[in-house]
Design a protein around this ligand. Structure first.
Ligand code: P6P
Length: 333
């Protein structure tokens, strides 16, 4: 018999004890919001939801209509439940306080409502990434500072990938679980549990067009992969780059691999392209919970103390032995 997400969360709450009723409600609500987003995404051109919204987000990136729709779905789904104190999103410059008309809870929810926007109009997998923190005990009025906790403080994290299947991937700190959406029932059903990533791989993911901008350790690592069995690695490698972090990470959780979005000299003042709080931290926790590793090239991403809500970070994550090798190259240099 297949286990639904709801049953999984009830059993986690009953057996593990660390899942409070409020956190269980939060995760149920986020999953329901992801179902709604999946429904809208799947409409594509039929739903008149493709294309640009003619606005920019805090990152200065042009927003797609679906970016804003997904953001609104997550805000409206979560603001009334009494489980949250505030939310933060890639699509909103400042934090979103739960309106006074609703009860407040002890959790902070962060999300990238629709990651991979450049793929929306070309029908390539995209996804929602979310991270849950606890509001600091001594915080009376929630502020951005309350969100600035290292990734190791997360109490739940996950993503929902909208691809050939709609799959929710979740960790509560005791393994990684995958739930596939059964559209006939309208339920997420448990399809993989205690996911583990192979420690070695023959597959790397990086945007090769940026090669001339990389630091030497990254160039050395990729050059060695490209030399394959004739080079120091003694094996041939394959390459994938979907340009949708959710899809690339899902592939790595499913069959292994290493994903890199390193610092490069195109924008030397930025530590990387990806955002720490609602992309790198949730993905890094999932990867570590599945036996992989995740660094910024020099230190564990989950140990980084955030300074600002939308700060960026260089990311190297996936099969443990590959991440360790690339990190050694950085530290050696
Ligand atoms: P590039 C999507 O916009 C994103 O934030 C990640 O999902 C993805 O890995 C990366 O940017 C792709 O960046 O420079 O290859 O388009």
């Amino acid at each position: 018999m297949t286990v639904s997400l709801s049953r999984f969360l009830v059993e986690q709450q009953r057996e593990k004890g660390h899942l409070t009723p409020e956190l269980r409600l939060l995760l149920e609500v986020v999953a329901r919001a992801c179902k709604s987003i999946s429904h809208v995404v799947n409409k594509g051109a039929l739903g008149e939801v493709l294309g640009s919204a003619e606005t920019e987000n805090v990152q200065g990136e042009v927003q797609k209509k679906l970016d804003i729709i997904a953001n609104d779905v997550l805000i409206e789904a979560n603001e009334w439940g009494g489980h949250l104190a505030a939310m933060a999103s890639e699509e909103m410059e400042s934090i979103y306080l739960v309106p006074h008309r609703y009860p407040k809870g002890e959790y902070l929810l962060l999300f990238d409502p629709l990651d991979g926007s450049s793929n929306i109009d070309v029908n390539v997998s995209i996804g929602t990434i979310f991270s849950v923190l606890k509001k600091p005990e001594d915080s009376l009025v929630v502020s951005e500072t309350d969100f600035l906790q290292p990734g190791s403080a997360q109490v739940a994290a996950g993503y929902c990938v909208y691809g050939p299947q709609t799959t929710l991937v979740l960790t509560l700190g005791e393994g990684v679980f995958m739930f596939t959406l059964d559209r006939e029932q309208g339920s997420f059903l448990l399809t993989r549990e205690h996911v583990q990533i192979p420690k070695d791989t023959k597959e790397f993911a990086i945007n090769m067009s940026n090669m001339r901008h990389w630091e030497a350790p990254v160039k050395r690592y990729i050059d060695e992969c490209l030399l394959g069995s004739e080079g120091p690695r003694g094996k041939d490698f394959n390459m994938r780059w979907i340009a949708s972090m959710v899809a690339d990470v899902h592939r790595i959780l499913t069959r292994g691999g290493v994903f890199m979005y390193p610092w490069d000299k195109r924008e030397p003042n930025k530590p990387g392209k990806l955002r720490l709080m609602y992309e790198a931290n949730p993905m890094s926790w999932l990867i570590e919970q599945a036996g992989g590793a995740s660094t910024n090239g020099r230190e564990r991403i989950l140990d980084i103390q955030p300074k600002t809500l939308h700060e960026r970070v260089s990311v190297v994550l996936g099969s443990k032995h590959e991440v360790e090798l690339l990190t050694q190259y950085h530290l050696g240099s």
